[in-house]
Design a protein around this ligand. Structure first.
Ligand code: AVJ
Length: 356
């Protein structure tokens, strides 16, 4: 793509953002904004195909990147997971934010703007935005790769009094860099990274990701980081292998998405969802187990693979933390952990980190 058309696209995207900001400013929030699914443009198809090809042909263990779990259907299935009785994580996260929103915002420098990495529908963020909006007009920038989740989030959060919402349909760091570069000198930033999404990264990748986040910030900016804590193994396994099969559907949808968007021919009936506790790494792993010897063809990735019976494709990791781990993790990335709020019913921590 030429530089000029990239620039033209940026301008169009910027105009679109301004428009969406205006719409929310004037509180005309009925009717979703027109959104197209950027994931389906040719460039994104090529990127998806290249990622699928690289991860499915890894020597040893085959993989698929977990970020592709979240197409429109995957995001809807994830929302369903969040209300499963076995998956206490989201409720614990939301409980902490509801209970301590006042306390959290009282520790922030002002004025402060809010960016959220992977906002989803943004439901639990309401508590923070409402608490902030008691002091100041609040700008909220949800960053989300799922167009449908982002549209829902913009619509919901734009209805809060004195809150203006401008969504970024981008990956975490691209979105955050865009937000950070557009703010005024006087504005501080609060970055929300909730729901223990940091747990999707391997420990080293998590460290470098937090370090990248730190690099977009100025000293005194803050990061509110949600981390799911280690608990007993049966409870953790059940949270990722619920009896109603919602998590299985969420996991299998990744293969269905490859069939839909990349011309794949996965036979979903020949795969089984599996959740494992990896004790050495302190993480839940989701896999898809091949039930027979089978070949799969993915047209857009120009890929043929042969799967053996019992062989698995590793689709996601959810690392779990000890409460004491977080300060050290924060320090390695250039933050200081100034406060930690822990839910007793479902061990989960909300950590307030300040950029040093
Ligand atoms: C959104 C990444 C935090 O790992 O618990 C839920 C995703 N996967 N059930 C998690 C998920 C299976 C979730 N995160």
């Amino acid at each position: 793509m030429s530089t000029q058309s990239v620039r033209a696209q940026e301008i169009a995207a910027e105009n679109c953002r301004r428009l969406s900001a205006k719409i929310h400013d004037s509180q005309h929030t009925h009717g979703a904004l027109p959104t197209r699914d950027a994931r389906q443009t040719p460039g994104h198809v090529a990127e998806f195909a290249a990622d699928v090809r690289a991860s499915l042909t890894k020597p040893g263990q085959r993989e698929l990147p977990s970020k592709y779990l979240y197409d429109e259907l995957g995001s809807a299935l994830f929302e369903a997971i969040c209300v499963l009785p076995e998956y206490g994580l989201t409720r614990a996260d939301a409980r902490l934010l509801e209970r301590h929103a006042r306390d959290i915002v009282d520790r922030l420098p002002s004025p402060v703007q809010v960016a959220e990495l992977g906002s989803g529908s943004g439901k639990k963020t309401r508590w923070i935005l409402q608490a902030l909006a008691q002091h100041q007009r609040t700008y909220y920038y949800p960053i989300e790769i799922s167009a449908s989740a982002l549209a829902a989030c913009e619509k919901e959060m734009g209805q809060i009094d004195l809150v203006s919402v401008v969504g970024y349909e981008q990956t975490y760091l691209d979105g955050l860099r865009a937000v950070a570069s557009r703010r005024d000198e006087k504005d501080h930033l609060l970055v929300l990274f909730l729901g223990s999404s940091v747990g999707n990264f391997d420990r080293d990748a998590g460290d470098s990701f937090l370090h990248e986040v730190r690099k977009t910030l100025r000293p005194g900016d803050t990061l509110l980081l949600g981390t799911d804590l280690v608990k007993d193994v049966p409870t953790q396994l059940l949270a990722y292998d619920d009896p109603a099969g919602v998590t299985a559907a969420f996991n299998l949808n990744l293969l269905a998405r490859i069939n839909r968007e990349l011309g794949g021919d996965f036979d979903l009936a020949q795969f089984r969802h599996e959740a494992r506790w990896n004790a050495a790494e302190r993480r839940i792993e989701m896999h898809l187990r091949s039930l027979c010897r089978q070949t799969v063809h993915i047209r857009e990735a120009n890929l043929h693979i042969l799967l053996e019976p019992g062989e698995t494709i590793w689709t996601e990791s959810s690392h779990k933390y000890f409460a004491q781990d977080v300060s050290a993790m924060a320090a390695r990335a250039g933050f200081r952990c100034v406060e930690q709020w822990i839910d007793q019913a479902w061990p989960f921590a909300q950590n307030l980190l300040v950029a040093e």
